[in-house]
Design a protein around this ligand. Structure first.
Ligand SMILES: [Zn+2]
Length: 313
């Protein structure tokens, strides 16, 4: 206190700005979601021009945050998505992950991921609408919300003026809706050795916070270190943990490779995989709180040695 008293308030605020100024805000979260889930993005179906446009947006945001490209073609890691259940006849589509790296010169790396593809115009299967063909499946919650979180965490860790004892790999996965194709492709062709990966944080549908339910955090049982990480952590949103880490989204691909995971999810709703999953139904303020909780948890894990994986039975 005596130390602070000697510094004028404006100087303190100026000094503190780099530390606190880049925390995720509801405004920025809402802006990413409005862009990615607008009608002109046509539901970001795998292989579409709009899916590529969404990837380009993520590249711009990663570059702006100051990440280094870590795909196989700059930030991009292209692959071919095989479509098995389709309404129309094509079966091979171009797809890509978007991979950015925050190099802290550390031996270990933390992965933060979210898929950016969705169901497009309802012709690639898995829509729950009775007549999906031709309808834009905007996918605001699934998963523009997770991508907004990914971009905001990248921005936070790249600009927080701290060199963490782990590197960060930020991955926007393609073709998740076709069966975790992007995350599986990454793990079969890793651009950072998988043995150096500490744990993976996955965000899929974190935009429809329900205060009754709270945000679910899966993967609690995937390492004995998680209870230590969560100990005493509080948040501006209600949350609960679930031991399982092998379902729901791209975290399942990392779990299958023996990497500890956390999976953030605000729960199902009547618009799930339907054209009504729109940006105006997103609670961006709650999402920003969820992201701040993620930062708190990741920051606690930074003080611990590389985690050991535990299979969940
Ligand atoms: Zn999803």
């Amino acid at each position: 206190m005596t130390f602070l008293k000697k510094i004028p308030l404006f100087a303190f605020l100026f000094l503190a700005a780099p530390l606190f100024g880049q925390l995720p805000t509801a405004d920025r979260v809402a802006r990413h979601i409005r862009y990615l889930a607008s009608d002109r993005m046509q539901g970001r179906g795998t292989g579409s021009r709009e899916n590529a446009r969404a990837a380009a947006y993520i590249v711009r945001q990663f570059r702006k945050a100051g990440l280094t490209p870590r795909g196989t073609d700059g930030f991009y890691q292209p692959f071919t998505a095989r479509v098995r259940r389709v309404v129309v006849a094509d079966s091979l589509r171009p797809a890509s992950n978007v991979v950015g790296f925050l190099d802290n010169g550390a031996a270990g790396t933390i992965v933060i991921g979210a898929h950016y593809d969705h169901l497009g115009l309802g012709r690639q299967g898995s829509s729950l609408d009775p007549k999906p063909e031709g309808q834009i499946h905007n996918g605001a919650d699934d998963n523009a919300s997770g991508v907004a979180g990914l971009i905001e965490l990248a921005r936070y860790y790249a600009r927080n003026d701290r060199k963490e004892p782990y590197n960060f790999l930020f991955i926007a996965f393609g073709a998740e809706e076709l069966g975790l194709l992007g995350s599986r492709h990454f793990l079969n062709h890793p651009t950072v050795p998988t043995a150096s990966l500490n744990f993976m944080v996955c965000m899929d549908m974190i935009g429809r916070y329900n205060p009754e339910r709270g945000v679910g955090i899966g993967g609690y049982g995937t390492s004995d270190a998680w209870p230590e990480v969560f100990k005493g952590v509080t948040a501006g949103v209600k949350f609960f943990t679930d031991r399982a880490g092998n379902g729901g989204s791209d975290n399942a691909a990392f779990y299958a490779k023996g990497i500890p995971v956390l999976f953030f999810h605000t729960g199902g709703h009547p618009d799930y995989h339907k054209p009504g999953d729109d940006p105006d139904k997103i609670d961006a303020r709650a999402e920003a709180e969820i992201l701040r909780l993620e930062i708190r948890l990741v920051d606690r894990a930074l003080d611990l040695p590389k985690m050991t994986f535990t299979p969940v039975r």
